[in-house]
Design a binder for this molecule. Sequence first.
Ligand SMILES: [Zn+2]
Length: 243
Amino acid sequence: MTRWTDFAAVKQAVSLEAVLRHYRIPGLRRHRDQLQGCCPIHGGGRDDSFRVHLTKNIFQCFACQAHGNVLDFVVAMEQCSLREAALRLQQWFGIRAPGLRWHPVAPGRQKGKLVRKEEGRNLPLPFALTGVEGNHPYLAQRGIDPATAAEFGVGFYPGPGLMSGRIVIPIRNRHGQLVAYAGRALDDRSPKYKLPAGFRKALELFNLQQAVATGARIVIVVEAILIACGSIRLDSRAGNSVA
Ligand SMILES: [Zn+2]
């Protein structure tokens, strides 16, 4: 993976409009120099809270207060660091060293390339949330004691950002690398669960890393408390196969 980056050059090279197209954000309306619609960051229902100024190349949400440039937008959507956001934009839009010149790729080709490149893996997060409270009344109410919360890293996140005010559940890949947080609402608000944009949940099996660590060859898979149950045979050479 490319490790160099230049924030100013990335901001210059990539338009917010192109980034919104990359995320396929629906329902944005154009009014002169602005785009307007539902906020893809906090997922609210108001269709005028999110505004993009096309010539200034900045965005703002009047509901969740998120605002900034293309890099800030990707940070909010991906829950990643600024550097990681710049690296992703370089990768998505084919911006190469030296000079980070803009190399447009035909839409069809770009789409195919992106899918192939990203298929099969969620990238590890370059950070972990801090200040997650495992001893929270909501968890107690759901029968999760502080020891269990600590074991799984689950807790209430009071900080800012996508997971603000939610119960966060760290999701790790089979190697134990943190790849995302799922954020559950404490009340009836929608969405009940938030996942970062671009995260492919079909690729991960929650807590698989702990099963792998025991040396077991088969894991029991349970979904939504005994609605569905099955077993998977673990094979490190050929990937996982459902039995
Ligand atoms: Zn918002």
